[in-house]
Design a binder for this molecule. Sequence first.
Ligand SMILES: [Zn+2]
Length: 283
Amino acid sequence: MKNNQLIINCPIGCQSTLYETNIVLPTGNLLKCSNCGHIVSSCTHDDYEQSLQKWNSSEGTFPGKKDYDRYQQVITKRLLHAKKLIQQKNLPKLLDVGCSSGALLSIAKNCGFEVFGVEPASDPAKTSQSKGFNVFHGFLREAHYPDYSFDVIVLFEIIEHVITPLQLIKECERILSPGGIILINTPNASSYTARFMKGRWEGFDLYKMGGHVSFFTPGSLSVMANKSGLKIKRIETRNIRFYENGQVTKLFYKSAKIMAQLLAYPVKMINQGHDLLCYLSKN
Ligand SMILES: [Zn+2]
């Protein structure tokens, strides 16, 4: 084990050892839990702190102009599906954990939710507050929301950044109303992309992704759900990739991208995509 290593035990609470995988990154080989298959970074505390700085800007994770329409389309579809699952017509309460500068909160408001956010990075938290959103600046556990406060809780691209995801999900379960839904979106560490690209996949990259340290599979997500008193209502995956831009020649990259687009549908059908989305409810 390295000096000052960030994650020493499986963050899902298994009492088993972590072994080294053949996925090699600049911060060291990724580690895998021998019990649940969950994969974690072997980076140090210093690496992690430094990588998180990427998100402390006033724009936060707000999508660029070019990507906004697609983002809005995808998020709207997911939120409306969650709304259907909770079967509550009158202004259900939605909490976006890691709401950054409020991109999802705006869309959720348009979908008919009363919206709340939590954001630990100060600059994006200020931006979303200045837009008039009810946003708590800090970590979720510090917000001390009462039990059963929210009908929908959203964690999009959050749990892979967190050192103690089990505690975070348990807190979400506590503040979720009976019949409520938690939506989780995270990279799929057992996808075809992860298996083909290994250490070349950006999803595993600590610095490029601003602090990715915890990598779920549908299996490890289900173990975490069970331990938190939640059950998986629906799980879906999408997308496959073979190369990141710049790893091969432009022509080769473009051909591989076309191939990936052709394979997107079958990959989705057999749940091997690298973008994992999960709807959870209380047990
Ligand atoms: Zn484990």
